[in-house]
Design a protein around this ligand. Structure first.
Ligand code: C2O
Ligand code: CU
Length: 453
C-alpha cells in the first residue's frame, strides 16, 4: 500500500537537491526505474507555504548537466521564474536560492525548465501548495494529492532512452508513456478515512498526455482550476480534462462503508484505465453528513481589472508539426525551409518564428497594466497546451464568438483548428515565456516570449 502522499506543514525554507536515484514506478512489476528526482524522489517533496509569505528554496544541482526550477502558475517576481529568459541554469555542483512571495493560494507545481523534454521526463517535478491566508482546514478532513505522470519504459522498467528528444515525438503528439503513475507509482492504492471529506489536488505532469480523469461513483465537486478558486462550486459529472501543466482542486466525499475500494480512472474513448485506487479505512461512522461545499476564498486576481473595451490585440498563429502546412520559418534570425528546420530538431513556429524565445523580438511588449488579448489559432493537426508564465488569463472568445469568460487559467488546451482568444492583465513586469506545455513541442520551436515594462 502506498503511504499517503500528503503534505507537510507550511514552512518557509526548503532545500531540493536534483539527483539521480531509483523509484518503483512499475510498483514491483519490474526492477526499480532509474530516475532524476528532487531529493532523489519522484514526485519531489511537497513544498508548502502560506499565501503572502516568502518561500525560500535552495536548489542544489548534483546532476551532470545544468538545471533550473520554474514555479508553474505562481504570479512570481520575474527574476525567480526560473526560465532561460531570466536565469542561467545552475551548473553541476552549484546551487541557487529561489526566494519569492506567492500572492495566490492554491495548487501549483514546480519543475525543471532546462531540457524539460529530458529532465521532466526523468522525474524533476513536485507539487507546490500555497495555503490560504484565511485557513480553510475546517472545510476538509484531509487532503489527497494526486500527481499524474506517464513513463515510457522498456521491459526492464528503465526509461526508453532513444525516445527522449526523438524527432518522431517532437513532430507528432509528443512523447507518450506506456506506464501511468500516480504519485510516482503505477496503480497505487491510497487509503482514505470512511465518511471523510477530502480536498483533492490534482496535477498533470505528463510530457504530452491529455488526461480525462474519473472518480466513478464518488461524489466530487470542482473548487479550483490551475490554482485559482472557481467562482461557483460545480459538481463533477463528466471526466475531468487535465492537459499537461493543468491542475484542479476537487472536493471528494468518501462514503462510510469501510473496506470499499474506489477507482481513480483515466478514460480513453470508451475505456476507463485504472490510475489508482482509493481504499476506505474505518472512520467515525457517526459523523454527520457535510453540507454542500462552498467556494474557496477568492485570490487577489480580479476580473474587473481586465479592460476588455480597449485591450491590446495580439495574434498568435501556431503552425507546424507532422501533416502540417509549414514550409519554412525563421530560426536564429534566418529564414530556413522545413527540411533544415527538421535537421535542427525544430518542427513548430509561432507567427512564422521557431524558437521565438531565442529571438530578440517578443510576441508583444506592453507597459504594465495593459490588458492584452491573444487570438490563438491552432493551425496544426495536434493539440497544444498553451501556458503563460507569471500571469493567469481568461478565455473570452472561441471561433470568433464571444464566450462568458471562463475561470482564471495558466494553461489552456487548444485542439487542432481551434481559434480561441485569451485575455490577460499584463501587470507583472519582466520577460515571460508563453509556450506549449507538451515539452517536446516546447523544445522544437513552440516557445515564445513577451515583455511587460
Ligand atoms: Cu510549467 Cu514554462 O512551464
Ligand atoms: Cu504543443
Amino acid at each position: 500500500m502506498l503511504p499517503p502522499f500528503r503534505s507537510s506543514e507550511a514552512a518557509t525554507q526548503y532545500t531540493i537537491t536534483a539527483q539521480k536515484s531509483t523509484a518503483p514506478i512499475t510498483n514491483g512489476e519490474t526492477a526499480a526505474t532509474a530516475i532524476w528526482g528532487y531529493n532523489g524522489e519522484v514526485p519531489g517533496p511537497v513544498l508548502r507555504v502560506t499565501q503572502g509569505e516568502q518561500l525560500n528554496v535552495r536548489l542544489v544541482n548534483e546532476l551532470e548537466q545544468p538545471t533550473s526550477v520554474h514555479w508553474h502558475g505562481i504570479r512570481i517576481v520575474n527574476n525567480m521564474d526560473g526560465s532561460p529568459l531570466v536565469q542561467d541554469p545552475v551548473a553541476p555542483g552549484e546551487s541557487f536560492d529561489y526566494q519569492f512571495i506567492a500572492p495566490d493560494a492554491g495548487t501549483y507545481w514546480y519543475h525543471t525548465h532546462t531540457r524539460g523534454f529530458e529532465q521532466m521526463t526523468r522525474g524533476l517535478y513536485g507539487m507546490l501548495i500555497v495555503d490560504e491566508k484565511i485557513p480553510t482546514d475546517d472545510a476538509f478532513d484531509d487532503e489527497l494529492l494526486l500527481v499524474f505522470d506517464d513513463w515510457r519504459l522498456g521491459d526492464d522498467g528503465q526509461i526508453e532512452e532513444e525516445s527522449i528528444g526523438a524527432m518522431m515525438h517532437r513532430s507528432h503528439a509528443g512523447r507518450m508513456g506506456n506506464w501511468g503513475s500516480v504519485n510516482g507509482r503505477n496503480k497505487p492504492t491510497i487509503e482514505a478515512l470512511a465518511g471523510s471529506r477530502l480536498r483533492a489536488r490534482l496535477v498533470n505532469v505528463c510530457n504530452a498526455r491529455i488526461l480525462n480523469i474519473t472518480f466513478g461513483e464518488l461524489a466530487s465537486w470542482i473548487i479550483a482550476l490551475d490554482g485559482q478558486p472557481t467562482a461557483k462550486v460545480s459538481s463533477l459529472s463528466t471526466p475531468l480534462e487535465l492537459a499537461p501543466g493543468q491542475r484542479a482542486d476537487l472536493v471528494i466525499d468518501i462514503p462510510k462503508e469501510p473496506d470499499a475500494t474506489f477507482l481513480v480512472g483515466v478514460k480513453v474513448r470508451d475505456t476507463v484505465y485504472e490510475a489508482a485506487y482509493l481504499k476506505v479505512k474505518p472512520g467515525d461512522s457517526t459523523r454527520a453528513a457535510r453540507p454542500a461545499p462552498v467556494p474557496l476564498p477568492a485570490n487577489p486576481l480580479h476580473a474587473s481589472e481586465l479592460n476588455l473595451d480597449k485591450p491590446q490585440p495580439v495574434k498568435l498563429h501556431m503552425l507546424g508539426g507532422a501533416m502540417g502546412s509549414m514550409s519554412e520559418a525563421r530560426l536564429g534570425g534566418k529564414m530556413v525551409d522545413i527540411r533544415s528546420l527538421v535537421q535542427q530538431g525544430k518542427a513548430w513556429a509561432f507567427n512564422g518564428i521557431s524558437d521565438m524565445d531565442k529571438s530578440p523580438d517578443p510576441l508583444f511588449s506592453v507597459t504594465r497594466g495593459t490588458t492584452v488579448t491573444v487570438d490563438m489559432f491552432n493551425d496544426t493537426r495536434w493539440p497544444h497546451a498553451m501556458h503563460v508564465h507569471g500571469h493567469h488569463f481568461k478565455v473570452i472568445s472561441k471561433e470568433g464568438v464571444k464566450v462568458d469568460p471562463g475561470p482564471w487559467r495558466d494553461t489552456h488546451l487548444m485542439q487542432p483548428a481551434e481559434r480561441h482568444t485569451i485575455a490577460l492583465l499584463a501587470d507583472n513586469p519582466g520577460d515571460w515565456l508563453m509556450h506549449c506545455h507538451m515539452v517536446d513541442h516546447a523544445a522544437s520551436g513552440m516557445t515564445g516570449w513577451f515583455q511587460v515594462t
